[in-house]
Design a protein around this ligand. Structure first.
Ligand code: NDP
Length: 267
């Protein structure tokens, strides 16, 4: 698509369609076979990107790529196998080309009173939601830094913003991700690599259904402090991801964008 530029004094406006476009970009989305990751993949393909989704369940990935269409591909990968991540990036780049966009979406939750959380429980959540995010980010960022181009997105949570009871390990992992975003954004800015987070509110996916289904009090509490009075859809996160990965967000780095119907500012 040819860019139409309008120059007004010092202001350069680029045609709004192309500035939000991901045409020609390659995006790696972990956990893209279902939930929020699937919708991020769908929104990104709509915006013109080629997406490579990963996850542990091959049938889910296969079904997802069939629905997403020919610009979607999958690789079966468990992000907790940290030793596999350099190889994953290498294979994807050799097959599809340089990764322009990394979306660290894969994540797990666990609801338990803090005093019942074992070291093994805590470790499992931190390993998936934090250690794996860092290891994969490092593998992709090495190449992005060398190419002086890239956009990295983390999926954080309201659990990093305020105290939600019974998710101590999950909150610690997402708070770690928020810290990582600031440090990496600061280190990578001079290499033209941006790093941002999206902090979803309560979004209708299996993860949320599991956390809410047997806990009507929690569901009502979440809804009551959400000014928009409804839960979000995975697509709400998908479009925000397109924006943050696009040129339209070219001066945004180190940010955490709440996509939460106002939940984080609700009274
Ligand atoms: P789901 O449980 O619906 O989906 C999680 C996805 O992650 C699945 O596709 C799963 O695929 C993948 N995944 C999990 N573990 C691994 C692993 N070890 N390796 C590779 N892939 C893995 O969750 P959501 O879509 O709701 O959550 C997506 C992200 O959004 C998470 O980071 C979550 O913390 C965050 N989030 C969600 C909120 C919500 O309200 N839903 C709110 C705030 C944040 P597979 O099982 O095939 O491996």
């Amino acid at each position: 698509m040819k860019e139409k530029q309008i120059i007004t004094g010092e202001l350069t406006l680029v045609n709004h369609q192309s500035v939000f476009s991901l045409e020609g970009k390659i995006a790696l989305i972990t956990g893209g076979g279902s939930g929020i990751g699937y919708d991020i993949a769908q929104c990104m393909t709509h915006a013109g990107a080629t997406v490579i989704i990963t996850g542990r369940r091959e049938h889910a990935l296969q079904e997802a790529t069939e629905t997403l269409g020919e610009s979607a591909h999958y690789v079966v990968n468990d992000v907790t196998e940290l030793n596999s991540l350099e190889g994953l990036v290498e294979t994807i780049e050799a097959t599809y080309g340089p990764i322009d966009i990394l979306v660290n979406n894969a994540g797990i939750n666990m609801k338990k009173p803090a005093l019942e959380v074992t070291d093994a429980d805590f470790d499992r959540i931190i390993h998936t939601n934090l250690n794996a995010v860092f290891a994969l980010t490092r593998a992709c960022a090495k190449r992005m830094v060398a190419r002086q181009s890239g956009s990295i997105l983390m999926i954080s949570s309201m659990a990093a913003y305020y105290g939600i009871d019974r998710v101590v390990a999950y909150a610690a992992s997402k708070s770690g991700v928020e810290g990582m975003v600031k440090v990496l954004a600061s280190e990578f800015s001079k290499f033209n690599v941006r790093v941002n987070a999206i902090a979803p509110g309560f979004i209708e996916t299996n993860m949320m259904k599991t956390a809410m289904s047997s806990d009507p009090d929690r569901m009502n509490k979440a809804l009551n402090r959400t000014p928009m009075g409804k839960f979000g859809k995975p697509q709400d996160i998908g479009w925000a991801a397109v924006f943050l990965a696009s040129e339209a967000a070219g001066y945004i780095t180190g940010a955490s964008l709440p996509v939460d119907g106002g939940n984080s500012i609700g009274f």
